[in-house]
Design a protein around this ligand. Sequence first.
Ligand code: ADP
Length: 456
Amino acid sequence: MMVSYKERIARRLTLVTALIVLVVFAIIYLVVNFTVVESIDRELQLETDKHVGQIFLVNGEIRFVHKDEWQEQEHSQIQLNPIFIEIVDMQGKSMDRSPNLGANRLSFYPDRAKKGEAWTLKTGSREVRQMQIPLNHAGKQEGYMLVAKSFEDARELLTNLRNILLLLYPGILISLFLAMRYLAGKSIQPIQQIILKTNLISQSNLNERIPVTEPNDEIAQLTRSINGLLGRLEQSLIREKQFTSDASHELRTPLAVMRGTLEVLIRKPRETDEYVEKIKMALASIDRMSEMIEQLLSLARVGKGKMSREDVELISFTRDFAQQAEKETGRKIDFETNLATPLYTQVNEKSLQIILTNLVGNAVKYSAPKTTIQLQVGNHEGASFIQISDAGKGMSKDSLAKIFDPFYRELDQTGHSVPGTGLGLAIVKKLAVESDIQVEVESEKGLGSSFRLIFN
Ligand code: ADP
């Protein structure tokens, strides 16, 4: 069963409030109860203090200081909040009691004779609060005076208070739950708007954004984060589309060349030489496609799987690479360094090999056959670097910004370019990002280019 968020908030808050209100109500009841009992006990104490000086027990007989006055004063008629008095001997036998008690009697408890101690009990149908004090004569205790006061009004007040609190409790909780549910629903309304709007965004309308609400609170931040994510998704989708369309375009060209060549061939019988020439052209197209597919696969493989890093000594690694490349390309490749001690760095050796192969390959491709290519290893401001420089055709400022994009190729003035796929530098960039290598390029049209790999 799904419980909505507003329901959960309302339930939790209501539960906490229920506990708090329960404690508050209990405290209110206990404080009122204590105050009422305390005030009755104080009155009882006053009464006992007053009567103790008026009544004596002398040899088992009751003596009053001013009997008429005492009888007249009170205790003879039923009053609204009367005082009941009863005098008992040491065994608790009643000796006299105020007329307002009628046939009822107060209870005698021999153990409860401490000063100021009072308790609640029932006499007949009435509830009273009673005190009990010893009556002494000539230093000898002769009996007890029991003084009681009606507890009925206080009981009514306490019962009313309890009933009101018991009635209020569920009322407060129900209205609190409803109010909290309403308020929680109102507070998450913007989130529901975001859900609605987000559900409407799909690949076809990825350019749409969720309106950012005021004020600038967590919900606005959430909206901005979702919008940021949508923006990144849109960009990557655009890039992917562009990449797919560029890849298809690049593959279509050699295919079209091959088709055209073969169509020409089958139109009529040809000389053997012509067959050889056309088939060579078709094979060149196949080679071009194979190279491109190979590079597309390399590009797709970058970033897949975990890339390990190992300690690579850059000086010997680059020197060996230069010697190997010289053999393979047949070009003069100079290695230089001004460092006397080995230079270690943490990098994936295979990735570094691919990066250097692509950069040196480009330097070879885009420079005149007689010119020398330089590979330099150094250390600048604490960072190690490898620099690949050529004295080749160089690049324009516009091209420099685009050379790392897949399929970007700079055409020369005649509209032709050196054979290539436009994927080499895209692979370099991806591998470098993955290996934390920074790539810097400097190039001057007609003078040459240099690529610097900086190791962090
Ligand atoms: P490709 O070399 O297959 O065309 P790259 O991605 O390796 O693809 O290079 C992209 C473009 O950058 C090249 O077409 C070329 O115009 C330019 N470029 C790269 N390296 C050099 C270089 N060393 N000198 C001059 N231009 C270069």
